[in-house]
Design a protein around this ligand. Structure first.
Ligand code: SAM
Length: 307
């Protein structure tokens, strides 16, 4: 089962009103969406996900709460296009809860987990042509090394990539267990005792397969573009690279013009269009960290349109 991360904080900070129009860019198993829907009885919820199974479950779940919602199966990078087609030009809030859900990780056949033997898949959207098997068996050694270093921040990246390329010359690498074994054999004994050496590498492959980092900034641009004055965009990240993209973009949007920085009264026309709701990211509290292991790397950042 999926336990939503920072649920209270997400809902509280959206400043929901009965008639709010909200976008959940990452519906998943409907934890955030259901809490939002309960509070916007005369409003509307648009929810996106690229995973058909998550959509199937959440459609039934949300129907038990209300009918004022529409679910769209699409990558959230296409959010503005879909909403425009539906005649929606502005919204009161957008929430992004990035990454994968627990059921996606737990389902054996999805190939996300190095604990379970499955075909190397890792696609959130099963209609996409790129999957983990293709990445592992066709990418050059240099590209694999780059992905493992950039997205996995793993110090044995070069060795792991070299061993993958060597192994696949014997026969194609098809399963999660085969790959996990190659990774395990590519790192020194002492590393294996600390944590499973495949964790970072599997995460890196997942990020590549789903182009997870490439879609964040354009999607945030759309979300901020859609916001009404007083509206907010909230983003929960689970990876330092995701958080870096969000933090940097929010800094750009809230930057005060050098010409007027430090003035006691900044003229209206020089004020940025957005403000940070909290200077620092919101992190889960002790209780949440104890109850939901997945929340340990979560960070929530919030921005508000002020003009
Ligand atoms: C962490 S889960 C969301 C959980 C949800 N907030 C809840 O409380 O149940 C992330 C979900 O977003 C989806 N997702 C991730 N990246 C996406 C993207 N670029 N476009 C559409 N859906 C995406 C995944 O398929 C997954 O179902």
């Amino acid at each position: 089962m999926h336990i939503s991360v920072l649920k209270e904080e997400v809902v509280q900070n959206l400043n929901l009103k009965e008639n709010s129009v909200i976008v959940d860019a990452t519906l998943g198993y409907g934890g955030h969406s259901s809490s939002i829907l309960k509070r916007i009885k005369k409003g509307f919820l648009f929810a996106f996900d690229q995973d058909s199974e998550a959509i199937k479950y959440s459609t039934n779940f949300l129907k038990t709460i209300g009918t004022n919602f529409t679910i769209i199966k699409s990558n959230f990078i296409n959010m503005e296009k879909h909403l425009t087609e539906l005649g929606i030009k502005e919204v009161d809030g957008v929430i992004f809860d990035l990454g994968v859900s627990s059921p996606q990780l737990d389902e054996d056949e999805r190939g996300f987990s190095f604990h379970k033997n499955a075909r190397l898949d890792m696609r959130m959207d099963k209609e996409n042509s790129l999957d983990a098997e293709k990445v592992i068996n066709t990418y050059s050694e240099e590209d694999l090394t780059r992905i493992f270093i950039e997205y996995g921040e793993d110090k044995y990246s070069k060795n792991i990539a070299k061993n993958i390329v060597q192994k696949r010359q014997e026969h194609p690498i098809k399963t999660t267990m085969e790959l996990a074994e190659i990774i395990k054999n590519s790192v020194p004994e002492k590393e294996k005792r600390k944590k499973h050496p495949a964790r970072q590498i599997f995460q890196a492959i997942r990020i590549e397969v789903n182009h997870e980092l490439d879609v964040i900034r354009p999607a945030l641009e759309s979300a901020c573009h859609l916001l009404k004055v007083g509206g907010r965009v909230e983003v929960i990240t689970f990876h330092s690279l995701e958080d870096r993209i969000v933090k940097k973009y929010f800094q750009e949007l809230t930057k005060i013009d050098e010409k007027v920085k430090g003035l006691p009264n900044i003229p209206e026309e020089y004020l940025p269009n957005f403000k940070l709701v909290h200077r620092k990211a919101i992190l889960p509290g002790t209780e949440e960290l104890e109850n939901n292991h997945r929340s340990r790397s979560a960070k929530l950042r919030i921005i508000e349109r002020i003009k």
